[in-house]
Design a protein around this ligand. Structure first.
Ligand SMILES: CC(C)[C@H](C(=O)O)[C@@H](O)C(=O)O
Ligand code: SF4
Length: 780
């Protein structure tokens, strides 16, 4: 494949252009292109409906060898995975979680996709294992039905989250129909981070600076000497939270650190499989001098302190030396002030309070943001620096460490970190998403306050009424031992020294060669047959994914809608608000009407409580029968990739949403399901929302691209991208469209095999990785 580009281009441009399988309209950069997907990670929450769709259309998985599956969101983190009497039904007690887990096992077995079950040491959070296994390589395009796939951009890959319909598309075709995002660069000035400041603090600071919609529509490249100075794992933490900055993906150009990190990992090519060629190619992966950026932001690192959130959006953060803002600080933006007031009520905080005065009840050290070995070393180093007496979890505090994968856990245990944590009073758990999202029951109780190393502090995210403060691992330890938020900068320095001692003393600083050897046996061969013979009765599987082409087309078609419009007067309506996590556990696409805005519509626990919150607009007449939703705040549908948010809107009866801007993944998910999204300027949305409040009816006509408010002469025009308009009017199925050019995919695959043979060789799951030494030293 040609590596010489004519004019200066960005890293993203380069990766993109090398993956175009088919371009239906080369003259128009805006039309969707068919893009090859090199790597596909799959987990249990976002895949059941995709497999269901695949099977019901009699299709198979095109490239099981380029796909890797594991279960992470629903799995308990309690001990007991590796006992001889293990039974899935005993270990995963919660029926809906078990149903998703067993559905995944059934689907990987049927498709032949490599899979790490929870009895495999290699299991872990999908974004952690993607890097750890060397499954994601520089220059590759990688996807997963999960928003934090952006984590893997740290390897110089184009890695991004997709919805369930797109998961089905990738399973069936190994491609996606994509419109190119814009290029954004975040240049971080200076040479290194100030002492005690980590990449977690830096990314929180960036999100505060650019806002949670700052990267919308863009792929962010992080650049500058500071980024080069960061370890690959620290880069993963930054790229992870690109989605919290609204971006489609975040990436860092690969360098010698990337290559050293990858060397020897299980899925990485061996010398005879093209390692040297691969490295030669990776060296070309950088943005050219003079490349054009659609947006550029410069960050001065001297200003960054350990950073902590105070509110319910990742942008609600301040330096640890700062104070909780007061609603009155936003006099020039009264609606923001009102929002801050509500947030502070939820968070149980007073405006003006010092951050260091905030008391903490629980500490969660884990998640795809900060659960890798370096995170655990830093945290253990801080504990050691505090000494045996002070380095103890505060009285009444519950603190847990949930390693990102079984390999991280194993490595930490080999280094003695588990002993350090447990001696200090931390719980030492099995890997999984755990309290980041609380799907497995690891949750906060109402009113509990948590210092969490995760990435989302949304209302109710870690448990109904739970209060989350996002922090770095070092800050999490500070909170655990003092019982409040605390500035740990001085301790980090001492901790770093201790950390070096631990590692040297135990096993040397290199990646232990034996780490990946002799994992526990692959369970695909000895699965509990009970899963397959007796389908779990909690399964809500329906034929929603379509039993025939006509009904599929009808469910995707949109021409016009006429009816009541419900006004939603909020900014940053994230998909956790649209459908809370506990309601993601179904196996079908229907039955989500109650899930929509569930935590706003129903009191307390969404699983059990039926009592309506009568103040909430969707519970008032005539909005109970709304067909259109009008939001006058930016960034509707940001956050998680859960397509359930769109299924819930549809099930409720809403097929059109109007807002000033939308989250990228939500936008695509809506299109896939025949839900029209109309983008209009904020003042127009405000005008429409004010009209909607009167209960008046409205018509949204996609044919004429017009909105008419009944009884008013005024007509509002809008524009939908012609391609999307055509798809919606005709109810076109992307998979059918793609399969009609199947020969282009085969041609691309043949070229890829020829030019990038190192990308082909990923089928190495013989269950017993041997120590492999790759190449000699490399000239960069
Ligand atoms: C369940 C999954 C679709 C979701 C995501 O896309 O992010 C989850 O990982 C989350 O963090 O909310
Ligand atoms: S953000 Fe949390 S729930 Fe989502 S993948 Fe990461 S660890 Fe899992």
């Amino acid at each position: 494949m040609d590596t010489h580009d004519r004019e200066p281009t960005t890293l993203y441009d380069k990766i993109w252009s090398k993956h175009v399988v088919y371009d239906p309209d080369p003259a128009d950069a805006n039309t969707p292109k068919l893009i090859y997907i090199d790597r596909h990670l799959v987990h249990e929450v976002s895949s059941p409906q995709a497999f269901d769709g695949l099977w019901s259309a009699n299709r198979s998985v095109r490239r099981p060898d380029c796909t890797l599956a594991t279960a992470d969101h629903n799995v308990p983190t309690s001990p007991g995975r590796f006992t001889s009497s293990f039974q899935t039904s005993e270990y995963i007690k919660e029926p809906a979680s078990r149903a998703q887990y067993t559905a995944l096992e059934k689907n990987v077995r049927k498709s032949g996709i490599p899979y790490f079950s929870l009895r495999d040491t290699r299991q872990g959070i999908v974004h952690v294992i993607g890097g750890e296994q060397g499954f994601i390589l520089p220059g590759a395009v990688a996807v997963c039905g999960d928003s934090h796939t952006s984590t893997l951009g740290a390897f110089g890959a184009l890695a991004f989250g997709i919805g369930t319909s797109e998961v089905e598309h990738v399973l069936a075709t190994q491609t996606l129909r994509l419109r190119k995002s814009k290029n954004m660069r975040i240049l971080i000035r200076s040479t290194h981070l100030p002492l005690g400041v980590t990449s977690k603090d830096l990314i929180l600071h960036i999100i505060r600076t650019i806002g949670t919609a700052g990267g919308t529509g863009h792929v962010i490249e992080y650049a500058g000497d500071v980024v080069k100075s960061l370890s690959v794992e620290a880069r993963m933490t930054m790229c992870n939270m690109s989605i919290e900055a609204g971006a489609r993906a975040g990436l860092v150009a690969p360098d010698e650190k990337t290559v050293e990190y990858l060397r020897g990992r299980p899925f990485v090519p061996r010398v005879e499989e093209g390692w040297d060629e691969a490295v030669e190619y990776w060296k070309t992966l950088r943005s050219d001098e003079g490349a054009k950026w659609d947006k550029e932001v410069v960050i001065d690192v001297e200003e960054v302190e350990p950073t902590v959130t105070w509110g319910t959006s990742p942008e609600d953060n301040v330096p640890i030396s700062g104070n909780v803002p007061r609603p009155g600080d936003f006099l020039n933006d009264p609606s923001k002030g009102e929002g801050v007031k509500k947030t502070l009520e939820y968070m149980g905080l007073k405006g003006g309070e010092k951050m260091v005065d905030i008391k903490i009840d629980k500490v969660f050290l884990g998640s795809c943001t900060n659960s890798r070995i370096e995170d655990l070393r830093t945290a253990a180093g801080v504990l050691l620096a505090l000494g045996a007496e002070k380095g103890k979890v505060a009285e009444g505090m519950r603190a847990m460490v949930v390693p990102g994968s079984g390999i991280v856990k194993r490595q930490a245990e080999a280094e003695g970190l588990d002993v350090i944590f447990q001696r200090a009073g931390f719980e030492w758990r099995e890997p999984g998403c755990s309290m980041c999202i609380g799907l497995n029951g690891d949750q906060l109780s109402s009113g509990e306050r948590c210092a969490s190393t995760s990435n989302r502090n949304f209302k109710d995210r870690q448990g109904t009424g739970g209060r989350t403060h996002l922090v770095s691992p070092a800050m999490a330890v500070g909170a655990a031992v003092t019982g409040r938020l605390v500035d740990v900068r001085n301790l980090v320095k001492l901790g770093k020294e201790k950390e070096k001692e631990i590692i040297k003393g135990k096993m040397g600083t290199d990646l232990p060669a034996t780490l990946f050897d002799d994992p526990s046996p692959m369970p695909v061969d000895n699965l509990d047959e009970e899963h397959f013979s007796k389908p779990d009765d909690t399964s809500t599987a329906t034929s929603g994914s379509g039993s025939n082409a006509d009904s599929r087309r009808d469910s995707r078609r949109f021409t016009s809608v006429h009816g009541v419009a419900v006004p939603i007067r909020m900014e940053n309506v994230d998909t956790d608000m649209l459908v809370p996590a506990p309601l993601l556990k179904g196996l079908g696409k229907s039955g989500f009407a109650r899930a929509l805005f569930n935590r706003f519509r129903f009191k307390t626990n969404p699983d059990t409580n039926k009592e309506e919150e009568l103040d909430f607009v969707l519970n008032r007449e005539p909005f109970r029968r709304a067909k259109i939703m009008i939001c006058d705040g930016r960034n509707f549908g940001c956050g998680s990739s859960r397509e359930h948010a769109v299924w819930a809107l549809k099930d409720f009866g809403i097929t059109c949403v109007i807002a000033p801007s939308f989250g990228d993944i939500f936008f695509n998910n809506s299109l896939q399901n025949g839900v029209l999204l109309v983008v209009l300027p904020q003042f127009t949305c405000e005008e429409l929302a004010t009209y909607a409040e009167t209960g008046g009816e409205m018509e949204v006509d996609l044919v004429k691209e017009e909105i008419r408010c009944l009884g008013q002469d005024k007509v509002f025009s809008f524009k939908v991208d012609p391609n999307n308009r055509d798809r919606l009017l005709k109810g076109l199925d992307d998979i059918d469209l793609t399969l009609s050019v199947e020969e282009k995919i085969s041609e691309y695959e043949a070229r890829r095999k020829e030019g990038w043979r190192w990308l082909e060789l990923v089928s190495r799951l013989d269950g017993n990785f041997k120590k492999r030494v790759i190449g000699g030293s490399m000239e960069w």
